[in-house]
Every structure is written in C-alpha cells, then in structure tokens.
Ligand binder design. Structure first.
Ligand code: PHB
Length: 391
C-alpha cells in the first residue's frame, strides 16, 4: 500500500476511534442534585436523596441505553453555595439535569444558570409560586403554597371558623400562603384579623403566639417550612395555646410526616390541607411506603421526599421520550404534559405552568396503629395554583 494511502487509512481509523470514544463518553448522563444535607433544613436533603436513590434502585440506573449517574452536593441551605455548586456541576461535570432545591432562595439563585446553560432544572421542594417563571428550563414536581392553601381556607369558612390570625415564616412561601389564605377566606366571608410574619432563621415563636392569644381568633393558620413544625408545636403547647380553644389549621408543612410522630398528643386533631400524606390510601402509595421503609428503616417518607421521587420519575420519563437525547429544550418539551400516578395520587405536569396539577386533601392528625398520621378525609381533585389560573 502506498505510504499516502496508509496514512489516510490510519487517520480515518483514528478519527473513527475518536468518535467511538466520544460516543462512549456520552453514554453516562449525569444528574446534579443540590440539597441542604446539613443545617436546619437537612431533613429535606435527607428525604430527597433517599427517594432519588430508592427510585434508581427500583428502576435500574440505565434509561434509553444511557447510564445515569447521580451526583449529590450539599449547599447547607445557603443560596451562594447552591449557585456556585450549580455552576461547577454545569461546567465541570457537564450534568444533563440540575435537581433538588430544598428552599425557595436556593432555587431562585440557580434559575439564571439553568437558562444560560439550557439545562433542565427539576425543582423538587421549593414551593413559592413564582419560581417556575424564573426560567423556562424549570419544571417543578413538588407543589406551590397557593395551590395547597386555598383548600384549607375554603374548609375553614365552611366549618364555622370566622376569625383567623395568620402566622407564617417571613419569606416567599410564607408570604404566598398568607396572601392565598386571606384572598380565599375573605371571599368566603371570613375575616383575617392579624397577619404575623416570623423570621425564617432561628425563629422564636413565643411573642407571636402571645399575639395570637390576645387576638382571640377562632383559629390560627400556620405556614412554617418542613423541619420547623416541631419547634412551632413545642412553643404552641408551652404557651398554652393548645388549651386556649384557638384551633390550629395550616398547610401540611407544619405536620410534616418526617417529624409528626415525635410531636406527641398536641398534634392530634390538627387539620391541614396538602398534597401528600404517608397514610394516603392507594396501592401505589402502600407499595412505595413499604419499599421506602425497607431501604430506610428509621424514616417515614414526607412530601418533599415524594417531590424527589416524582422528580426522578420525570427525569426517567423525559429521557425515554427523547430516546436518550440530553438536549435541554427537547427534555423540557418532553416533560410538559406528562402524567402518572404518584404515591400522592394522580399528577400531571401542566404544560403551560411546568408544575404539577394534583389532588389536595384535607387531613386530620390521628393515631393510627400507635403512630401519628395525617389522615385524609376530603379530596379536592386536580388543583392548580389559583394565582395562575387562566383569567
Ligand atoms: C420553600 O422554601 O419554598 C419551602 C421549604 C419548605 C416547605 C415549603 C416551602 O415546607
């Protein structure tokens, strides 16, 4: 063979190998999951990580011929960390998905990076309504505060509660909950007599609970983020509010399944509205809770965990739909309109809003088999965020 031809053959083979090498390298699809694994919101990180791992163990780590790799990073609940980690995951690890986001400020800090890099950002926990509007690459598998608040306002108005004080954590989701409750409750003829906002970090509820007592409402409506409910309930009892005749109502964040069982009898009878209870009566949920407990014997899944489980489910389904393509626009397009039965009940990813349409349940804390659970007794089907309903 003439030298020139040998050379050309060798070069062609080399290019061929190079392409094969690149193709092999693309076989791994990385999911960059950023969670508060330490600090006051570590329970959210622990729940979502456990659920992501459970979903992968149940369904295998290969989707559409690609191998999935989950990278979990701790932001300790600090927005600057989340942003820096997201940047590293995009630039160094070349992740195909960003996922997690345990608190609203963490999701907001990352949204511009998802847009710039065109990487789908699956928000599993953060629940302020506006988040999905901050990037077209955000898809949310959790919930929004207005979505779960409106039903308890309706329930309160229908159940003899006329005067309410609202008490919320002073940041995005709390302000959403406060506004949604007031709008809905006053439309139904109720009256919000005082609106109290408690700092998010190191909250001391005592002075606020005193003001609740002094206002003598029929009920206090509460939003505190997951993990904070135990401290709230403790102070609620210490201030004697449990014996004051003032009812406690709220979104289900306060009676979070992760901590509910340790709250004791003070939690009994608390009525909340929410999209997930570990006690949800369906075959899908029973199988899910059993598998979860087998993998995590000391834990009970909570709503953030289910947001994580369904977030992984969404990632798998989207990759199947794109036949393994990791093009961000194709993945987000595939996610829009997807529907499945979650442990929480049927859910759909609303194609316009890029978040879940789901049942919201009214629940009461009861003792079931020696443990405290949120027992669902009313279902409001297929609820969307009321602040985003088509005008
Ligand atoms: C949020 O920061 O968006 C958030 C965190 C915990 C919750 C709800 C909302 O339980």
């Amino acid at each position: 063979m003439p030298a020139g031809r040998i050379m050309r053959t060798l070069i062609a083979a080399g290019i061929g190998l190079g392409i094969a090498g690149a193709a092999l390298a693309q076989e791994v699809v990385k999911i960059g999951m950023i969670l508060p694994m330490t600090g006051p919101f570590a329970s959210t990180g622990r729940q979502i990580e456990a659920n992501a791992k459970l979903y992968m163990a149940q369904h295998g780590a290969t989707v559409a011929g690609k191998k999935l790799e989950l990278i979990v990073k701790d932001d300790a609940g600090v927005p600057d960390n989340t942003k820096r980690i997201a940047q590293e995951l995009i630039v160094n690890d070349k992740v195909a998905f960003l996922a997690g986001f345990g608190l609203t400020p963490l999701a907001l800090a990352t949204a511009p990076l998802a847009t710039e890099a065109k990487v789908p950002m699956v928000v599993m926990a953060a629940a302020t309504s506006v988040i999905t509007e901050k990037s077209p690459y955000i898809v949310r598998t959790g919930f929004t505060l207005p979505q779960v608040t409106a039903p308890i306002a309706d329930w309160a108005a229908k159940n003899g509660i006329k005067k309410v004080v609202t008490l919320v954590s002073d940041y995005g989701p709390g302000i959403d909950a406060e506004a949604a409750f007031k709008t809905r409750f006053t439309a139904a003829g109720g009256q919000v007599v005082e609106e109290l906002r408690v700092p998010l970090r190191n909250p001391d509820f005592a002075p606020f609970l005193q003001r609740v007592r002094d206002a003598k409402p029929d009920a206090v409506f509460v939003f505190v983020p997951s993990g904070v409910g135990a401290a709230f309930m403790k102070q609620f009892t210490e201030r004697g509010l449990d014996k004051s005749g003032i009812r406690l109502i709220g979104t289900g964040d306060v009676t979070d399944d992760d901590i509910l069982n340790d709250m004791g009898d003070v939690a009994l009878g608390v009525v909340t509205s929410f999209h997930y209870s570990a006690n949800h009566n369906s075959a899908v949920n029973k199988a899910y809770v059993a598998d979860y407990k087998k993998a995590n014997p000391t834990m009970r899944p909570n709503f953030h965990g289910v947001g994580g489980y369904d977030g992984m489910q969404l990632i798998y389904k989207a990759l199947e739909a794109t036949k393994g393509s990791t093009n961000g626009d194709a993945l987000v397009a595939a996610m829009k309109g997807m529907a499945w039965e979650s442990p929480r009940g049927p859910i759909t990813i609303d194609p316009q809003l890029r978040e879940t349409t789901q049942n919201v349940y009214i629940r009461k804390v009861e003792r079931v088999g020696g443990e405290l659970y949120n027992v669902e007794f009313e279902t409001i089907p297929a609820v969307k965020d009321p602040t985003k309903a088509p005008k």
